[in-house]
Design a protein around this ligand. Sequence first.
Ligand SMILES: [Zn+2]
Ligand SMILES: [Zn+2]
Length: 537
Amino acid sequence: MRVTFLGGVRTVTGSATLLEKGSLKWLVDCGMFQGSKEHEERNWNLQAYQAKDLSFILLTHAHIDHSGLIPKLVKDGFGGKVICTRATLDLCEVMLQDSGHIQEMEAEWQNRKGKRAGKDEAIPLYTAEDAAKSLRHFQTVSYDETSQLTDGVKVRFQDAGHILGSAIIEIWVEEAGAERKIVFSGDLGNSDQPLVRDPSVVEQGDFLWLESTYGDRLHKSREETVHELLQIVREAIANRAKVVIPAFAVERTQDIIYTLGQFIRKGSIPPIPIYIDSPLAISTTEIFKRNSDCFDQETKDLLSSGENPLDIPGIRYTQTTEDSKAINEDTGTGIIISASGMCDSGRIKHHLKHHLWREESHIVFIGYQAEGSIGRRIIDGAKTVKLFGEEIAVKAHIHTLGGFSAHADQKGLLDWVSHIRNPDLQVFVNHGEEKVSLEFSQLVNQQCHFKTTVSQWKEKRVLFGDEGEAIPEERVEEGIPPQDVFSVLFKNLDRAYKRLRRKLKKEKKKGESFYDPKHLKELEEVNKKLEELESEL
Ligand SMILES: [Zn+2]
Ligand SMILES: [Zn+2]
């Protein structure tokens, strides 16, 4: 049994793992790389995926960083089945076609610029039509049912509690007379989210691919986060200002609609205009309503009391670009929820252009912002960002609310992995930024005593069976090379400095309370420590 780490290693995007049992080859996830240019270039060369030789793709969930390269692979000759849950297929129907549209639009945009510069014609990675064609390959399975895919390979999908239809995938592989179990955590959910259920527990396994998106962080509780959002909305109402929420069309948007609905249902805020400005979010909200059997108990109760958790007074869905533009002509208070969640594409860019420079506006980040994205730059304290070729000043109130995350935090991940009872479990930590995966890998090793590894991109390994004995010992324990530590520290220091300055500036504006003696003392200490370090180096 061999594996190749094709994506989601030392980065959060592009999740894909190639598994090979003799001549049988299959993938778990086939995600698109997003964020930096260097990573996005990987989307174009998928030779290592061996599209034509794959028998099937097991898909954990519909997010593009897990499913986004399926149409490209079909274009490259993949003829097998994509196996996933019913809700994942429903979501992929809209998300992959939307992704195809985005690819087409980007190629068109590049061509407009490129022609003037005399460049070759850009072609889209795949089109909306390619995406539609790829859907014919999908085949659905139910949660909790074990299916025999082929001789010696069985799978079971269990609820990962991350987004509608998301799954943890368990694979049993028999080779050379022995059966081993490989588990892919997929993206694991936060346990107190509304709408979706909590992640299922897995107690057995020999090999585990474990996500680590928030392996370095603890989320604030949902209660605290909800309270923070309420305060922001109230302040905006008092100042007749707008709240702009960049949200991923799937799950985060529905979660926010649900939460704002609760504020209005309980009378915490008056009904105010709430714009859902993302055609994709509109169709996914419909899919949510259709798949209410995936909901958790709290939401089911609300439904049976006759309320629809996703319909609230004052909500306006905008389909056309004209409707979208009209939102910013309306000067009163209001909430704008728009995609994309990382601000790199879609209508959100227009809203940011209208609101980032306004001191009274609020921009609320609720989802993960990958390195290199516009959203990440704003959070990291950029003074200006470039939107549609124009430098826009960042003066609005910038908030990040971690408690709405669709991902488990460090504690959630550790809790989940600690249920596995096999002391010989081998853990491959993936789906995290390099520094986070490396640190989290050490933490899992220390706390749960499992062997842990953070693989390299395109690394190959023999897991077990005829191809040779288990992984050679020297390749298992992997230290972090000092130059990696240095570059990571460097980047972090830069960011922390910018964030701190920004926060201090903001606090200073608030007046008196800023001059808290404890606060000042701590700052003095930080300064001193920095000076010491400088003189030592
Ligand atoms: Zn995801
Ligand atoms: Zn993901």
